[in-house]
Design a binder for this molecule. Sequence first.
Ligand SMILES: [Zn+2]
Length: 254
Amino acid sequence: MMMGPMSNNHDALKEMIAEASRVVAFTGAGISTESGIPDFRGPGGMWSKYQPVPFDDFLRSEEMRRESWRRKFATHGMVAEAEPSRGHRAVAELVRRGKVASVITQNIDGLHQRSGVPDNKIVELHGNATYARCLECYERYELEPIRIAFEADGALPECKACGGIVKTATISFGQQMPEQEMRRADEETYACDVFLAIGSSLTVYPAAGFPALAKQAGARLAILNREPTELDGLADLVLNREIGPTLGAAVGVA
Ligand SMILES: [Zn+2]
């Protein structure tokens, strides 16, 4: 469907947000590339050698677990030092105002938390790479002690409580999607009246199903992404622009 004359203008987005009573902000890699974090799921490029190790391989051998941690710590500093972008700050401001009821994210960098969004307002579909968990008992472990031991002699982290394998708290390729988060994302999507998809190419399922679900449930759909997405035809508003400047201007965050 063709968009009206306002369609490539942040004023249209501002208006849609103003009229909404309950917004879901759904975010993908694009909001974090503006923080300097490369899109690891993107095709090729210099980052492909740091691609996460598939879950089955991680479970299969100590060698693959070592490789996984090696890749993790090779890029860890960059993620740890990244600051929230203007887009993150604009989303946080909408949460603060009570406009955005929840942030559903495909990102694993923890930047929504860093920008001030409370943990209980964030649904992380792919987990979180800024800490680790035991795969058996889900005990949480911080990364810094793991990094120090690993870099000293290649030691692999083991759960102190149950002896289980410890892995970053991300959902790896081939790992089951987190049930509770998926259910919450469904509920929030059904409950919103505006679904705002930010910086996602909307191609990775099941995450990409949420915008369609929102439309079915009667919400309006806005898509803000640098490139066109496959769901643009479904949307009430499409903005193919930089995220920070566009959302920042619409929300009034510098
Ligand atoms: Zn454990």
